[in-house]
Design a protein around this ligand. Structure first.
Ligand code: EPU
Length: 429
């Protein structure tokens, strides 16, 4: 496995192109299962998760082609991907696939809606928590599906097709919202989803589905109303910029000090996180190209934050914020309310010299003068990148093991940071 080597202490100066959002790209690719026409996605990021989902969708019979670079394409702009699911060759998603990427479980709704049956492996737990799928299954049952669990598989059937219904989620779930929304587009009649996730990636998928001919009201709100149609058609859609990548690089600049333009960033997608950074003393301004992040001089102020569903502070930036607050002048409180076990980065940050005490779902971070390089290991994507941020500020050498987690969700991270003056390199296995 590759490793990342960082020599800390350099300021970041320059510009970083923000890629298309991973967490929009994955469900958008899955939406291709809903039509026999071609769905074209632009600004698709180069990520291991995208490659893995391509293989999984290929197994279901989706043909995929990536167009070559176009003249005039902006630096950092993603690929154009054509997906065509003329026939669904296989309605089963096996354990070997779903266990490698949870989001592949979201093929359940589209395959069930289109083929009237689906057999999808239960995804199982992962490093950040147990992550059940009860909300997905209850939602599909409300649309008239018969749902059974058999040998670790979800067997969902709707021999006469799905029928619109009322789905009131007891908890906000991004994945369950994607799953039910996609299924409802092809159900007979009206579906109302209450307490839907309002994450911008859900809105991006709903917008794309609308281009494909779906009838959806309430995009961007917690109530989605869908009038089912007989079939969807092809469309062309550009993936929105990655707000978590944006927030991550903003926090990296805040940690090292510097002045960086986050090219193509959309500040409206991460207002809560930007507000927290401003409270900590980071200067953030909007430009016509994106976001400029500046921090000079005095230290960072501590903060008090809880993760929340959108539009609150995102759980996917919690680890990165903790790395930053390790250097603040005082004691911060960071409470994780979305996942019960998303603190695997704490012990690794402590190896780098951070002072963090965990009490249940809350981390108390007492800022230290500086971090020191060490060997660390990451257990999930966002935890890994928090170690990169810490390593960029640490004195001496930091080696991050198990880099494959980073490659799942951050495109060319060492190139993007290296271009701004960071001393970071990949050590091939
Ligand atoms: N939950 C249930 N039952 C369900 C579904 C979810 O109890 O049926 C719980 C989960 O256990 C969790 C909470 O609801 O406690 C929220 O989970 P959600 O379903 O919203 O998460 P997800 O859809 O599996 C997506 C992102 C995650 C991100 C979360 C929360 C993608 C591919 N994944 O996961 O992103 O943390 O929403 O915003 O979009 C990442 O990119 O690193 C990542 C983990």
């Amino acid at each position: 496995m590759d490793r990342i080597r960082i020599i800390g202490g350099e300021r970041l100066e320059g510009s970083i192109p923000v890629s298309g959002a991973k967490n929009a790209t994955l469900p958008l690719m899955i939406a291709s299962l809903l039509t026999s026409d071609t769905l074209t996605l632009k600004n698709v990021p180069h990520l291991a998760d995208v490659n893995l989902l391509s293989r999984i969708l290929g197994n279901h019979g989706v043909d995929m082609a990536i167009a070559g670079k176009r003249s005039g394409q902006r630096q950092g702009e993603g690929d154009t991907m054509h997906l065509n699911a003329r026939t669904i060759a296989d309605t089963t998603a096996p354990y070997e696939m779903v266990s490698r990427m949870r989001a592949s479980f979201w093929v359940l709704g589209p395959i069930l809606a289109r083929c009237r049956e689906a057999r999808i492996s239960l995804p199982g737990g992962c490093a950040i928590g147990t992550r059940p799928v009860d909300l997905h299954l209850e939602g599909l049952a409300k649309l008239g599906a018969q749902v059974d669990l058999e040998d670790g598989y979800v067997l969902a059937r709707a021999p006469k097709g799905l029928i619109g219904g009322r789905v009131d989620f007891s908890k906000v779930s991004v994945g369950a919202t994607h799953n039910i929304l996609m299924a409802a587009t092809l159900a007979k009649g009206e579906t109302v989803i209450e307490n839907a996730a309002r994450e911008p990636e859900v809105g991006d998928v709903a917008t794309c589905l609308t281009k494909m001919g779906a009838k959806i009201d309430g995009i961007g709100t917690s109530t989605l109303t869908i009038q089912g149609v007989d079939e969807l058609e092809g469309a062309v859609h550009t993936v929105l910029p990655d707000r978590i990548e944006t927030g991550t690089y903003a926090m990296a600049v805040a940690a090292t000090g510097g002045d960086v333009l986050l090219d193509n960033a959309r500040p409206d997608l991460l207002e809560a996180a930007l507000e927290v950074l401003r409270q900590a003393g980071v200067e953030i301004s909007e430009t016509n190209r994106g976001l400029r992040v500046v921090r000079d001089g005095p230290g960072l102020a501590p903060i008090d934050v809880e993760t929340e569903p959108f539009p609150g502070f995102p759980t996917d930036l919690q680890a990165q914020l903790m790395a930053l607050m390790a250097l603040a002048g005082g004691r911060s409180r960071i409470r994780e309310t979305i996942f019960e076990n998303r603190f695997m980065h704490v012990q690794e940050l402590v190896r780098l010299g951070a002072d963090i005490a965990l009490e249940g779902d809350t981390a108390f971070v007492t800022g230290v003068q500086g971090l020191r390089g060490a060997q660390v290991m990451a257990t999930d994507l966002r935890a890994s990148v928090s170690l990169v941020i810490a390593g960029l500020t640490a004195q001496g050498e930091t080696i991050i093991n198990r880099v494959y987690h980073l490659d799942r969700g951050f495109e060319r991270i060492e190139e993007k940071l290296g271009a701004c003056g960071a001393r970071i390199e990949r050590l091939a296995a």
